[in-house]
Design a protein around this ligand. Structure first.
Ligand code: HEM
Length: 412
């Protein structure tokens, strides 16, 4: 680590004992970063920004929230009406969750396009998937807390999925509920875990950035940095670019908070939870919809395997398959910029995910069920058939000799 130079005696005294300034100098100031990163590389820092917003607003919400089933709904309404700026804190938190997923989905698709999951970034990618799983769990737990109709019935449907597992299924559900139905113990444990998990995510993000700084950033060309000419220091170039990104993002985010705060929400959740009345159409939050469509695509029992179990396994497999992507993609070339055929399949896959999302949000009726089944088949085919074959069959375009060679050629 390069030594940190300063004339300030107090800072150098501290830095010799705890090299916090040297670390900043090394990892946030001098840190060599590819000179050609485009705006798609802003989304990691944006996700980190929203994570902080979620933690801060969450901590203030808890000051007025009550996690007892007889008080939860009213305590949220009180936050909205009586607590000073309570509405703002709640709307920031509610919409922040949707923003977090939008940003992370863009971040993930950026990685798919530029092959950022390929060697040597496999562990960085894995940590990302674990963060994503933790985010899914946190979002689900949080949605239950206002104790509206969708909170209650969403929790009932999703926890019940575990009952599909043979032998132990029902015991898992009882354990999750803390009883024999979704009730006060369920709400309490969900609240406890919803508060805990974001801090686990913070820890995972530290590991994520650690792995990133070990292998360094990929870039739009997908060729590694070779010499000094290929990189620029992180500060001031990318600190300014990241801040600019945060400014633009805040306009987008706050437009929802102030003008359409319930855009991503479900009106039924403004009705207090009622175990005696099932809403006609139970839908999860938008960010789970593609996986919900995969879950519901399995409609026929196969021998001794019930349809529900097939769906649950497929839903988990849809995420777990991402762990194997660095090996399922057999291409030697990272960036889709040089892979003309993969590029088409990338867009097709994105459309497939959007179609699945659409199907997941609609009632399970024809022709949507069949469309969902085709979409599910294509989802898995993309990873298990197209990626392995394409890597072998496609002829990539020639790669530039280096980042600087390509950048200077473009300028000329
Ligand atoms: C809380 C959520 C997350 C945060 C705060 C975060 C943060 C970051 C940051 C700051 C970077 C460097 C800047 C950039 O490349 O955009 C990065 C890179 C990366 N992230 Fe994430 N990330 C998150 C979630 C994820 C997820 C869910 C995945 C994958 C499933 C992932 C995979 C990666 C990969 C592969 C890179 C390297 C990209 C490259 O160098 O081209 N991250 N992340």
């Amino acid at each position: 680590m390069s030594g940190f130079q300063t004339n300030n005696k107090v800072i150098s005294w501290l830095d010799e004992r705890l090299p916090i300034f040297s670390m900043m100098q090394h990892s946030a100031i001098e840190y060599p970063t590819p000179r050609n990163l485009n705006y798609w590389w802003n989304f990691g820092s944006l996700a980190a920004f929203v994570l902080v917003v979620m933690l801060l607003t969450g901590i203030f919400l808890v000051m007025n929230y009550s996690s007892h089933t007889s008080l939860a709904f009213d305590s949220v309404e009180r936050i909205m009406r009586d607590v000073n700026y309570g509405w703002l804190i709640r709307y920031l938190h509610m919409n922040g969750a949707s923003m977090f997923f939008i940003l992370v989905y863009i971040h993930m698709f950026r990685n798919l396009y530029y092959g950022s999951y390929k060697a040597p970034r496999e562990v960085l990618w894995w940590v990302g998937i674990i963060i994503y799983l933790a985010m899914m769990a946190t979002g689900f737990l949080g949605y239950v807390l206002p104790w509206g109709q969708m909170s209650f019935w969403g929790a009932t449907v999703i926890t019940n999925l575990f009952s599909a597992f043979p032998v132990v299924g029902q015991s898992i559900v009882t354990l999750l509920w803390g009883g024999f139905s979704v009730d006060n113990p369920t709400l309490n444990r969900f609240f406890s875990l919803h508060y805990l998990l974001p801090f686990v995510i913070v820890g995972l993000v530290v590991v994520h950035v650690w792995a990133l700084h070990t292998v360094r950033s990929n870039n739009p060309l997908g060729v590694e940095m070779k010499g000094e000419a290929d990189s620029i220091p992180f500060h001031p170039y990318y600190t300014i670019k990241d801040l600019f990104g945060i400014g633009l993002f805040l306009m987008f985010f706050l437009a929802f908070v102030f003008w359409a705060p319930n855009f991503f929400g479900e009106p039924d959740n403004y009705i207090p939870a009622n175990p005696m009345v099932t809403p006609p159409h139970i839908v999860p939050e938008w960010y789970y919809l593609p996986f919900y469509a995969i879950l519901r695509s399995f409609t026929m029992d196969l021998w001794i395997i019930p349809a529900k179990l097939q769906g649950v396994v497929a839903m988990f497999a849809a995420i777990l398959i991402l762990f194997f992507l660095p090996w399922l993609d057999t291409s030697k070339v990272r960036s889709a910029k040089f892979r003309p055929i993969y590029r088409q399949f990338f867009w097709l896959f994105l459309v497939d995910c959007l179609v699945l999302g659409y199907v997941g949000g609609k009632p399970a009726e024809e022709p949507l069920v069949t469309i969902g089944q085709l979409g599910t088949a294509y989802y898995f085919a993309h990873f298990l058939i197209i990626m392995p074959l394409l890597g072998k069959l496609e002829k990539p375009k020639p790669l530039p000799a280096s980042i600087s060679a390509a950048v200077l050629k473009e300028k000329a």
